[in-house]
Design a protein. Structure first.
Lengths: 278, 278
């Protein structure tokens, strides 16, 4: 019987610990969320993040703009950077097309960059130096470690090379001494790479992409896909692999809860980075 | 019979073309090389770079310091950043231990960063945006393309995860749609990853690391290793693979000349980046 790796259980345990650590801090930790426009999915994500923050006593301020220019948003972020009562800043993506996403992201002080998307944090991750790691990548690492799944010396095949998940995950796992293969839409014969993997991490958004012919019985599958079929949410791994492989993260209830948790955890990391520099 | 991939031939051809493109530019292109201390190997590398620059009409200014503080060197680099007669800047590594290498590198304007080592250039490479790519990684890509070796959709196994070679190479090849596996000292059973590769790139510094049992007859080997045995220079691939695999870069005469060439090529790229911004 396949072992289901519960992101909910892991998140709940880690949250207890995080909450204790936050209580010990005299200052109030605060997260400022910035959103622009009316993306429906974004609204749900933000609501979720605010609720989670409150549950560990992180104050959440939400700045919403129906419409704003790049220049004005830059000025607002620069003010937040200087404001010592602001611990971390999250710019909800995607931004409307009239706004220069790269400029906005890189205006955020890297020590307040809760999503780990600034150039400086990318370079720190790449060079294996202390910085803020993107939430989904960090959530997966934490989930593996919590589940006592060894990463070091393992062959990990990642499918999907996005800047938000695949690439930071590849670097994070490499930093933990895994041997990483990064596959994507141009990979020929994906099966060779999944069959030989100790751990498969799939983050593509294609339901059924991983089927039981592609996995070995000792494989662990981390399913980052979130797809909607007939109103039901499912991942990128076909349910048939659940019977065959060693362990798998369910969708929903696997990686998703971990990603939101890391917003809280990274807010504490931001606080620590700012303290270190003083 | 194995095909030898000559870096010398490739460099000479590319240099002819580069020289023509530089001649068309009205401004004089200049490279400023900064070195500190008395590292013997560095002296030879610098001499080589200066000679190569002159051969394509790039003026080379060498600033050498026996001893200098981080702060003073930062001030010098800031001046060079502002000086419009300086096209590119190269800080010869390693720097003496009393100097903060990270601060020095990141003081260089990314548009003058001929080695592609600043955080901004790392992030640009990672995000597949236009920037300066580290010389050895770019040299290998150019050598493969010049040799008409297809990269797209190929399985490439890189051995060695340094910030100077392995990592930028992995990202560069990924950006060219290769499927990349990054191996290192903690990789178990290296042979699995080399046997299944279309292209093996080895950059470790261990003579004989790749032997004929580890390669297939259709494999192409790019040997970045430079080792000295009994006064002779050799790479990381054992000579026995030369008979077995499809093509290999010799050491010396393979990747080495390409790395130096890219200092010249990147100086032109720096010039273009600076023009773009005006």
């Amino acid at each position: 019987m396949t072992n289901l790796i519960s992101g909910i259980k892991c998140r709940d345990e880690l949250k207890k610990n995080l909450s204790k650590r936050i209580k010990k801090i005299k200052e109030k930790l605060t997260l400022t969320v910035i959103s622009v426009g009316d993306d429906e999915a974004s609204k749900i994500y933000i609501k979720n993040k605010i609720k989670e923050c409150q549950s560990v006593n992180i104050e959440c301020n939400h700045l919403h703009f129906e419409n704003i220019t790049t220049n004005k948003l830059v000025k607002i972020i620069k003010k937040l950077n200087k404001d010592s009562s602001v611990t971390s800043i999250l710019v909800q993506l995607p931004l409307p097309k009239n706004i220069d996403e790269n400029i906005i992201i890189n205006t955020i002080d890297y020590k307040k960059d809760v999503d780990g998307l600034t150039d400086i944090n990318i370079a720190k991750l790449y060079s294996n130096k202390k910085g803020i790691i993107p939430c989904t990548a960090k959530g997966i690492i934490d989930l593996l470690e919590f589940s006592k799944i060894n990463i070091e010396e393992k062959n990990v095949t990642i499918i999907g090379r996005s800047n938000l998940v695949g690439k930071p995950l590849a670097v994070s796992l490499l930093n933990k001494n895994a041997t990483v293969t990064l596959c994507h839409s141009k990979t020929k014969n994906l099966k060779i790479h999944t069959k030989s993997a100790d751990i498969i991490i799939v983050a593509v958004g294609k339901p059924g992409l991983i089927n039981q012919k592609m996995v070995s019985k000792d494989t662990i599958i981390i399913d980052v896909g979130i797809n909607r079929i007939n109103g039901k949410i499912c991942g990128d791994a076909d349910k048939s692999v659940y019977k065959k492989c060693k362990a798998v993260t369910p969708v929903p209830g696997g990686v998703g809860p971990m990603t939101v948790y890391e917003v809280l955890s990274n807010t504490l990391e931001c606080y620590k980075l700012q303290k270190d520099k003083k």
